[in-house]
Structures are given as structure tokens and as C-alpha cells.
Design a binder for this molecule. Structure first.
Ligand code: ZN
Length: 803
């Protein structure tokens, strides 16, 4: 069956074309040159291949009569339906492929050693290949994880091997969504080359590589976290089941920093007489190619050593500086007081142990690392089996930002990292990734944050402080947006990355979990008491409930469903290809339903078993499923098996699907539960001295007023010093300004639309809807200022509204 060529995706559906059931990429070696002037990446990617699960003994090809071999590489015969040669399909778009060649790995002298090794490697699928080259690659791919260094060395050597001389040329063909490769006369997967080199160039307009300017107006480039993932960066197998390792050598101007999802903290090697530096990264844990991330720019590393000036006491209140920690958050400082156990309150649903309560974490670990514990994933050097990884609360981390934001990053984000990492470790267990880089991305980045293996992108909108200042003296309240976002992205190391969704339509598996866990981890990082934690959690629940109900009233029903493919979730075609429903719908990009409904589902489940047990279950689940891909039922089934009482109360898998995952609208429990959150103390005293979340709520309540006087608006702005508040608060303020046509504060709206693009899209709509010429002019002016650097889907949505 070869119907994939006919696949005609709807406008909003994203095709995954790679035939991963036939053949799998097990390792990528990338060799890339970054040119910030021409906005082009030139390079090669070498693929190491293995027959896939449905390779059988060989016939993955089309039908019809054989085509006689042709002497030269050409696409002319590609459309010929009679072609029976096996086709390797790789996902890509916006790439110019100049050459695809088979590599002669037998010429790599170090590879010959593999021939001498005893037979018995396990992971080969199907019969043993007969060409020596294929045998060598199969043995290389099958080397045990204990020999990963040797393996990576050999991958690298092979990636530089000359093209194979004999056996006929490869022909390739590119269409909108894929690169297809055949070898003349090769009908079976078994005979297909195992090591290929693709020489290619990216295009400046490529949809997943963003060329833009940083906050200091210097050129930079980064992978944008777009729905098409890395297809405009390198040809790869997109379906998540194609988990692979990679290594990459990237050359860029010497003053640039190259960040990449690699497990090593790479340092640059200066290349003489070129003005360039080279950076080498690798991973040993197989992951979907979609998680690969790259960022190159004139960024600087923030260091923990603060100058004397930075250590002077902050302006606000009684807070004093402390060595290598930021003074501004001393009251709740997660770092100076790490030994202080958090007060536990057995009556509360929230019972936490101290971050540094060694005994407790040891017993946690022993529970998780018990004798029968063996990893269920493919063989790789896994931190879960390494006792020293279990005891490492804080993994090595670096912080990067453009020079103009470096001090804010240093003062606000860097000091939060150890506490958030330790809190995540205390909540979820061993860190799946042994190190972390955090980067403040350009203003045009379309979300507040993005997590990839070993690297987190943060929007400048999570930083706070006055517009020009460094944010020195920002209190712990001002750090709330930054801290909770950081905890959200850290949660993705477990849910989203170490455990991924097998079907991308089940986005709630990463976003619902991260939204749920960000509160828990951030409360822990702040060392809140259980009472404070509970209060904050209720307030967040109320705000999210308001957002969700608003969104559900104003969106298409089909986009409100967490499991749009229902019973066929996770199913793919015979070749392994599939379509991701609605993935390219720009409206969906800005919807929060997967975050919010997913969060409430987890809240609901926690209410059934108790938070402490629920989190313990998370750790058990992670222990079983890390390094693998899951569907909703894997999580729900194991939960129901672990807590059989739930089913006795009528809570079955089918009931959860029916109420939460497979239908639009609001689940019953949520309608009833939302009443409780409006009655908590923090909501009641929202008009007194307030936290950012309370301020958000206050402004939202004010938004419901039909009229507000100019004096009231002026007083609100002054009383709460709104332009200095975090982006969530300022967003509500801008809504208020627009609604009441408060022209004196139009500057605040303009500032938001330019500097907080991650959150600004909605405001354009508000500006246009009022049909006020001054507001519409404001919208057009702001759009014209940022249009060129804007994220593509955001731009499409805004242009539709404004133009
Ligand atoms: Zn493992």
C-alpha cells in the first residue's frame, strides 16, 4: 500500500509523511554553517537508518513494472507510477536539496573493528543485511549504551566518509512537505542504503527557522517552535515514534553564541583565519527530531557573581542582600533557606516535605529506584539508573540574554533557577536532562516560553521592572510570572520531553501537565506554607476558569476537544504517515484549551485521590514511562489501576473520555467546582494590598464595568503602578485602556504591542473592534513597526484583523 502520495491534507491539518513503519532514522549528524547576513544555513545532514517495525523482509515499495536503471540523477521519472523501487520519505519544507548520496562506511578504518566483534547484538529488526556496509551500520546502531562514546565517534567518522562509488546513484524528489529518496533498482528496505548524506540549504523565509533582530538590534536566528517543527531546518522523520539521537557541529561568527539541544555544555573552538567559531553538541537519549532546537546570536552569558553595586540592598522594604542571591526576594527566598523544611499540615490536602529533607528524598528515591526497577525504554545512558543523578537536585545551568537584558536576566532569572530546579526535583524526581541553558529570546517570539531538551526559551515579557531599569529591587511578587513560567517549562522536561505524546493531537499531555505542575513546583520553590499554597492554587484556578469559560464561549467547538481523533488517536497509515488535525489552524495556535482543560482534568483527578498520593503516582508513572511516548489512556489506565477506589465510584476510563477528553465545552465537575474558588480569602481581599494574580483579577472585575471615569483609570494606574507590573497585569490594563478609550495611556498599549508580542495578539482585535479611528490607527502603527519580525502565525492572525 502506497497511498501516501495521494494524501491531500485539509488547509489546517499538518501532514507527517515519513514512512517510519518501513524505515527509521536512528541518528543524525548535522554539520551547519550559519550566515546571519544572507539568512541561510548551509550544511549536510547524515542519516543512519534501520528497517522499521513493518519492514518485513523487504517489500515496502510501490506497484508496477520495474524501471530500467538510468545513468544520471534526475527527477524526470519520479511521477512514473510504475516505479517499484523502495522510497525513503523524509519530512521537510522550504529546503533546497543539492545532493543526496550513499556513504561508503567500509572506507572508515575504525569501522572495520565492528566486524570482528562477536555477534549477538539485539536490536536489529528482520534478517541480517548482506552488504558489508549495512552490517557495519547495523552493528554501529546496535552498540550498547555503555559504548556510546565509541558509537558517537564512529558516527562522526562515518559522516565524513566519501560517497559510495558502486551500486548506482540515488535519485531524490522534493515536494511541498517531503524529500523522497530512491536507489535505482533497489526494491526492498533491506537493500536500501543505511547511511545517507543530504547536502542542502535553508531558505530565509523557511517556516521553522526565524531570522530576526534581538533587543539590541543585532541579527540572530532560532528554531521557532512552530507547528512544522524543524522541517525548514533539516530533512527528518517528523512522526514522534521516530526517536533518534543526534550530534551537531555548528559554525557561526566568533562573537556569537550557539545554543543547541545537546547534553554537553559546549564551548566554542575558534577557527583560525575565518572569524568563525565551531560548537559541538550531542545527545545520547533518543528523542523525536521535533524537539531539536537551535539558537544563534550575539548573546551573553549571565554569571552568578554579582558586582558590589548589584549587592546593595534593594529599594523596597526591609529586604537585604545576601551573597550570590538576589536580595529582592529574600522573604520567600528559595535559596538562602534551603534547609528550612516547609511547614506541613496533615489536615490539608497539600502536604509537602522540605526541599532538603534528605531522609524523605532518600525514601522517595528508594521507592522509585527499588530492586525491580528497570527502564522500559530503548537502551541509552539513562539518569534514572544512575544513583548520583537521583541525588542531584540542581543540574548545571547557564543563562543567556542580549546585552541590554543581561542584567535583568542575571538579577531576576538566574537566582530563581536553583530553587526552581530543586523544587522540580523534589516534586518529580531525577532530572531527565543533565544540564540546562536558558535564553531570553527576541521580542518577536510568539509565546512566553518554550522547552526543548537541555534548553528553555523565555520571553522578555516574563521579566519585570521599569522600562529602562534593570529590575533591581523587584520584589518576590514581581518575580511570580517569571518563576511560574520557569517552573512550567521545567515541568516539560518530564511531561512533553522525557515522556512525549505519541499523537500530537493530545497536546494536553504536555501542556495540561505543565500547567498543573507549575503551581506546585513554584509554590515549593517559594517555600510557601501549605495554607499559602492552597490559597494561591485556588486563585490560579479561578483565573484559569475565567479564561477557559471565556475561550469556550468564543471558539469553534471542534477546537475545544482534547482528543480530537478519539478512538483512532495514535493510529497511523501502513507506512507510518499521518495527519495532525488542526495543527496549522492559526486560531488553534492561540487557544489555551489544552493547557486549561488539561490542568482542570488533573486537578479533578487529584481531588479524587489526594494531592500527596497523586504526586507520588506521578513519580511512579515517570519511572515507568520516561524515555517513551504515551497516549492519554496510558496515564489514565495506570491511575485507575493504582487507585481502584476511583472505579468503584464510577470513574471509568470511558467516563473520563466522555466528560473531559472527547467533547467540547465544560465538564460537569468544573461548573460545580468553580463556585469554591470565588470564595477564597485572596479573592475576597483582592482590593487590599495585592499580588499580581489578584491584580489581574481586580482588573478583570473592572473590565466588567460599563463605565469608568478618567479619574478612576488614572487612580488605578497610579495606585498599582501598573506600567511596572508583570505582563499579565499590564495586558488587563491595556484591555481596560482600550475599552474606555483612555487616550492618556495609549502609550502603554503601544509599548505592550511592541515589547510583549508573545501576548499582544488579542489586543489588536480589541483595538479594531471598538471602531475608533484613533485606536485603529494605533493598531496599524504598531503592526507596521513589528510586522517584519513577527511570528508567522501571529502575523497572519493580526493582519486579518487589522488590514
Ligand atoms: Zn531509564
Amino acid at each position: 500500500m502506497d497511498g501516501d502520495g495521494d494524501m491531500d491534507p485539509g488547509r489546517d491539518d499538518l501532514p507527517l509523511r515519513a514512512n517510519t513503519n518501513h524505515i527509521l532514522v536512528r541518528h543524525y549528524v548535522l554539520d551547519l554553517d550559519i550566515n546571519l547576513q544572507t539568512k541561510v544555513i548551509t550544511g549536510t545532514v547524515v542519516l543512519f537508518l534501520e528497517p522499521g517495525p513493518l519492514a518485513g523482509d523487504g517489500n515496502g515499495a510501490g506497484e508496477g513494472a520495474p524501471t530500467p536503471p538510468q545513468p544520471s540523477q534526475s527527477d524526470d521519472s519520479w511521477g512514473d507510477e510504475s516505479h517499484r523501487d523502495f522510497t525513503l520519505v523524509l519530512d521537510c519544507c522550504d529546503l533546497t536539496v543539492s545532493k543526496v548520496e550513499e556513504l561508503d562506511v567500509t572506507s572508515v578504518s575504525d569501522m572495520q573493528g565492528l566486524l570482528k566483534e562477536v555477534k549477538g547484538e539485539g536490536s536489529g529488526v528482520g534478517p541480517q543485511p548482506d552488504s558489508q556496509s549495512a552490517v557495519l551500520i547495523q552493528r554501529l546502531i546496535s552498540l550498547p549504551s555503555t559504548q556510546w562514546k565509541k558509537q558517537h565517534h564512529l558516527y562522526f567518522q562515518c559522516s565524513h566518509a566519501p560517497a559510495s562509488e558502486g551500486g548506482g546513484p540515488l535519485i531524490s524528489h522534493t515536494d511541498r512537505w517531503s524529500l523522497q529518496v530512491r536507489k535505482r533498482g533497489v526494491r526492498t528496505i533491506q537493500e536500501f542504503p543505511r547511511a545517507l548524506r543530504v547536502c542542502y540549504k535553508t531558505k530565509p523565509e523557511g517556516g521553522s527557522v526565524r531570522w530576526t533582530k534581538d533587543q539590541d538590534n543585532r541579527s540572530c536566528v532560532y528554531t521557532a517552535g512552530s507547528p512544522i517543527n524543524n522541517r525548514a531546518l533539516f530533512p527528518c522523520q517528523e512522526p514522534p515514534v521516530a526517536m533518534s539521537t543526534w550530534q551537531a557541529q555548528v559554525r557561526a561568527p566568533r562573537e556569537c553564541v550557539v545554543l543547541l539541544s545537546g547534553e554537553n555544555q559546549a564551548q566554542p573552538t575558534h577557527l583560525h583565519h575565518t572569524g568563525l567559531s565551531s560548537w559541538d553538541y550531542y545527545v545520547t537519549m533518543p528523542m523525536p527530531a521535533s524537539t531539536f532546537t537551535l539558537a544563534v546570536g550575539y548573546w551573553r552569558q549571565a554569571t552568578a557573581q554579582l558586582s558590589t553595586a548589584q549587592l546593595t540592598p534593594p529599594v523596597q522594604g526591609t529586604r537585604a542582600g545576601a551573597s550570590h542571591t538576589h536580595a529582592g526576594s529574600l522573604d520567600l527566598n528559595p535559596f538562602t533557606n534551603m534547609d528550612r523544611p516547609i511547614i506541613t499540615c496533615p489536615q490539608s490536602a497539600l502536604v509537602y516535605s522540605g526541599l532538603k529533607d534528605e531522609k524523605h528524598s532518600e525514601s522517595d528515591c528508594s521507592g522509585l529506584a527499588d530492586d525491580d526497577f528497570t527502564c522500559c525504554h530503548a537502551d541509552y545512558p539513562c539518569p534514572f539508573t544512575d544513583p548520583s543523578a537521583w541525588s542531584q537536585e540542581v543540574v548545571p545551568h547557564r543563562m543567556f540574554a542580549p546585552p541590554s537584558l543581561l542584567q535583568k536576566a542575571q538579577v531576576q532569572v538566574l537566582p530563581l533557577l536553583p530553587g526552581c530546579l530543586a523544587a522540580a526535583h523534589a516534586t518529580l524526581g531525577v532530572h531527565p536532562f543533565p544540564r540546562l541553558d536558558v535564553l531570553i529570546v527576541p521580542a518577536s517570539f510568539s509565546s512566553l516560553g518554550m522547552a526543548s531538551p537541555h534548553i528553555i526559551f523565555l520571553s522578555q515579557s516574563v521579566l519585570c521592572g521599569d522600562r529602562e531599569g534593570d529590575g533591581e529591587g523587584v520584589g518576590e511578587r514581581g518575580l511570580s510570572l517569571c518563576g511560574s513560567r520557569l517552573c512550567h517549562e521545567l515541568s516539560h522536561s518530564w511531561f512533553g520531553l522525557a515522556i512525549g505524546a505519541r499523537d500530537w493531537t493530545e497536546e494536553w499531555i504536555s501542556e495540561g501537565f505543565a500547567t498543573y505542575l507549575e503551581d506546585i513546583i513554584w509554590a515549593r520553590a517559594q517555600q510557601l506554607s501549605s495554607k499559602e499554597t492552597e490559597e494561591q492554587s485556588q486563585l490560579k484556578a479561578l483565573l484559569r476558569w475565567r479564561r477557559l469559560s471565556d475561550e469556550l464561549q468564543n471558539s469553534e467547538e471542534q477546537l475545544q476537544i482534547l482528543r480530537p481523533n478519539m478512538e483512532s488517536t495514535g493510529q497511523v497509515s501502513e507506512s507510518g504517515s499521518s495527519l495532525v488535525k488542526h495543527a496549522l489552524n492559526p486560531e488553534k495556535t492561540f487557544m489555551q484549551v489544552h493547557y486549561l482543560k488539561g490542568y482542570f482534568l488533573l486537578r479533578f483527578l487529584a481531588s479524587k485521590v489526594g494531592l500527596e498520593y497523586f504526586l507520588h503516582f506521578f513519580r511512579l508513572f515517570i519511572k515507568k514511562y520516561h524515555g517513551q511516548l504515551i497516549l492519554s489512556q496510558d496515564f489514565l489506565q495506570m491511575l485507575l489501576e493504582t487507585f481502584p477506589d476511583m472505579e468503584r465510584q464510577g470513574l471509568t476510563l470511558e467516563a473520563i473520555y466522555a466528560d473531559w477528553l472527547d467533547r467540547p465545552g465544560v465538564p460537569k465537575w468544573l461548573c460545580e467546582g468553580s463556585v469554591v474558588w470565588t470564595q477564597t480569602r485572596l479573592v475576597e481581599d483582592v482590593k487590599a494590598e495585592v499580588m499580581p494574580e489578584q491584580l489581574v483579577l481586580l482588573l478583570e472585575i473592572l473590565l466588567e464595568e460599563a463605565e469608568l471615569s478618567v479619574t478612576s483609570l488614572h487612580t488605578i494606574k497610579r495606585t498599582y503602578d501598573l506600567p511596572k507590573q508583570d505582563a499579565e497585569v499590564r495586558h488587563r490594563w491595556c484591555e481596560l485602556v482600550i475599552k474606555h478609550k483612555y487616550a492618556q495611556a495609549y502609550g502603554d498599549v503601544e509599548h505592550f504591542l511592541i515589547h510583549d508580542q508573545a501576548m499582544g495578539v488579542y489586543l489588536y482585535g480589541e483595538l479594531m473592534i471598538q471602531e475608533d479611528s484613533r485606536q485603529q490607527a494605533l493598531a496599524r502603527r504598531c503592526l507596521s513597526l513589528v510586522q517584519n519580525e513577527m511570528d508567522k502565525s501571529a502575523r497572519r492572525v493580526v493582519e486579518e484583523m487589522v488590514l
